[in-house]
Design a protein. Structure first.
Length: 67
């Protein structure tokens, strides 16, 4: 497995997409975070960062047996 990193992209105020980017240039869309349309973009970004961290932890555990 080549190295990877997780990134998110804001689609609009209520939708954030999560991607896995591999060092070889391949990108996989792995999730959609749908949030309430309540004008709280900063709260949605905090949520996206928390999900990104949890997903990254799960990927490491799955791929390399690390926690």
């Amino acid at each position: 497995m080549t190295g990877y990193r997780l990134e998110y992209k804001i689609v609009n105020e209520d939708e954030i997409n999560l991607y896995v980017l591999l060092k070889n240039g391949h990108t996989d869309h792995v999730g959609i975070i749908r949030c309430p349309k309540d004008g709280q973009l900063q709260d949605n970004l905090i949520l996206a960062n928390e999900i990104k961290h949890a997903f990254n932890k799960r990927m490491r555990k799955s791929l390399w047996g690390q926690i």
